[in-house]
Design a protein around this ligand. Sequence first.
Ligand SMILES: Cc1cc2nc3c(=O)[nH]c(=O)nc-3n(C[C@H](O)[C@H](O)[C@H](O)COP(=O)(O)OP(=O)(O)OC[C@H]3O[C@@H](n4cnc5c(N)ncnc54)[C@H](O)[C@@H]3O)c2cc1C
Length: 618
Amino acid sequence: MARKSVLENCDILIVGGGMAGTGATFEARHWGRDLKIVCVEKANIDRSGAVAQGLYAINCYMGMQWGENQPEDHVRYARNDLMGLVREDLGYDMARHVDSAVHMFDEWGLPMMRNKETGRYLREGKWQIMIHGESYKPIVAEAAKKSADKIYNRIMITHLLMDETKENRVGGAVGFNMRTGDYHVFRAKTVIVAAGGASHIFKPRAVGEGMGRTWYAPWSNGSAYALPIAVGAKMTQMENRIVLCRFKDGYGPVGAYFLHLKTYTQNANGENYEKKWYEKTKELVGEYIDHHPTPTCLRNHAFIQEVMAGGGPIHMVTKEAFQDPHLETVGWENFLGMTVGQAVVWASQNIDPKYTNPELTTSEPYVMGSHATCSGAWVSGPEDISPPEYFWGYNRMMTVEGLFGAGDTVGGSAHKFSSGSFTEGRLAAKAAVKYIQEEKANDIKVSDKQCEDFKKIIFKPLDNYTVGRNEITGGTVSPSYILPIQGLQRLQKIMDEYVGGITYNYMTNENTLKKGLELLDWLQEDLENVGAEDYHQLMRAWELKHRTLTSQCVTEHTLFRQETRWPGYYYRGDYMKLDDENWHCLTLSRRDPKTGKFTMEKAPVYHIVDEKEKKEAS
Ligand SMILES: Cc1cc2nc3c(=O)[nH]c(=O)nc-3n(C[C@H](O)[C@H](O)[C@H](O)COP(=O)(O)OP(=O)(O)OC[C@H]3O[C@@H](n4cnc5c(N)ncnc54)[C@H](O)[C@@H]3O)c2cc1C
C-alpha cells in the first residue's frame, strides 16, 4: 500500500510535549526568535505525560526569595536520598533556576495555595508547595503552543536520524501518526528528547482485571531511553530503578498524607516497624541509615522486610488526622486533583479513611530520571560548575552531538519532579539554540535512503500481521507473529523474575541477571515478528520495542554494579552490602549501534557543593 510521507525541516525538534518538552518549547522560542521550533507528541499535548491528570503539589520549589532553601540544600537532600550518588552539577543547575519556572506557572494562572499568615506559597514539606493542579498540564501546554511553529499531536517518534557527513551527530527523527498511519520525517538541526520515563517494564502488581493500573503513567514507555540508546548515546545509573510506597491497588500518592496530614505507618499489630529493622539495615548500609531524612529506599527496605517477616499488612494511620474536617478535605482533594482512581478503589473496597486505616504497598519497579531516582542519559553539565568529566560544550547535550535531553530522559539528577523537569527543558533548549547559533549544526545530511529504510522498518509489524493472520482461522495465537500484549507480558515476566521485580521481593544476582539478558536477546529476536492489526497496535509494538531496549540497558547496569546500593529498590543477593570503597561512583553504558553490544564503565562522583564550601571556608 502506498503510504503518505510527511516531511518537515526544522531547527529544534522536541520529542515529547510533557513537562520537560513544554519547558523546552517555550524557552527555545525565547532564545531562538527566528528559529523553526517543532514539538512532536505521542498523545495530545493538552493532556499528555505524567502530569496529564493534574497534580496537587509542585514537589520542587526552593523559595529563594524568602530564604527558605538554597540550591546547595537541595543538592545535599538529593545526594542523601540517592545514597550519595548524584550529578551535583546538574542538580544544582536545575535548583538555581526552578523558582523562576514556578513563578511563571503562577503568572500563567495555575492556582497556588497560599499560607494565610505569611502570604507565601503554602508548604506541604521542605521542598513541596501545594497547588490546585487539575489544569497544570493544559496551562504549560498553552505556553508551548504559543511558542512553537508547530505542535504535532498523535505522532510517535520511533527512531532518531543521524547525520551522514559527520559521525555521531544527530539529524532529526522519524515516526508515524497513529490515527492516519502517515509516515513523518523531521529533519532537524538539534533534537531534544523529553519523552518521559518507563513504566510497565517490570510485571505490575495489578494484572488481569487491573492491568494497566500502575503508579507511573502507563504511556511512559521508555522512548526517552531507547531513542538515545539506539544511536549510541551513553546512559547512566540505569540500575537505579524506583519502587514506591503507595496506597494499595490505586497507587494513590502518600506525600501529602505524610507531610501535610502528618499521618504515619504501622504494621498489622499497630507497631512502628521501621525501628525494628534499624540494626539489620545498619549492617547492610552502615551510617547511611542514620541520615536525616531517612533515604526513601531504606524506608522501603524496612517495609519489605516487615512484610516478609509476616508483619503485614502495613497501614497508613489516617483515622486520627481525618477527624479534623480540614485535613479530611485535603486528604480527599489530594486524590481528586491527581489520582481519582484511588478514591474509586477505596469506594469499591468500602474504605473510608476516617474509620479504616488503608493498606499500603510497595510498587513494581519503574525507571526514570526526574522522580526519586536518576536513571537516564549521560549529559554535559553547565559550563560554570561542571568538572571536565561532566562537561563537553553544551548544557544537557548527550554524548551524541546535537542531541539534548530533559526531565526523565536525563540521568544523575533526581528530585526534579514536574517543575524541575520543565526547568531542565528550558536549560536544554537554551543550549540547543546556542549550539545552532555557534554553527555546530551546519551541513547536516540525512539522505532519502536513510528515511526510506526507516519507513520499511516502522510499518513492518502491520505487514507481519496481514500475512500471518491468513495462516490462522481465529484467535490470537499465530505461528508467525506475536502480538504486542503477548510480547509485553513476556518482557515483564523476564524483568520481574530475573532483574529484581516483585515476585522475588526485588532480589536478583549475577546468575539471574545473565539469564535475564539471554532471554531478553531472544525476545529482541522475536520482536522482529511482532504483528500489529491497526495503527494503535503499531504504537503498542513500538512501545514494546522501546521498553525492551530500555530493559536490556537496565539489566546490563544492574549486572555491572556489584553491590546493593539501594536496598528497598533492589537487592544483589550476591553482594548484599553497600560498598563505598569500590562503588561510590556512577555507572555508564554505551550500546554499539552496529553490534548491539553494551560496554560498561565507571564515572566519578564529585561532591561539588561541599567541596565549594570547603574551599570558601579555607
Ligand atoms: C503518579 C505521579 C505523581 C506525581 N506527583 C508529582 C507531584 O505531586 N509533584 C510534582 O512536582 N511531580 C510529580 N510527579 C512527577 C512529574 O510528573 C514528572 O517529574 C514529570 O512529568 C516528568 O516530566 P517529563 O517531561 O520528563 O515526562 P512527562 O511529563 O511524562 O512527558 C513525556 C511526554 O513524552 C510523550 N512521549 C513519550 N514517548 C514519546 C514518543 N516516542 N514520541 C512522542 N512523544 C512521546 C508522552 O506522551 C508525554 O507527553 C508525579 C508523577 C507521577 C507519575
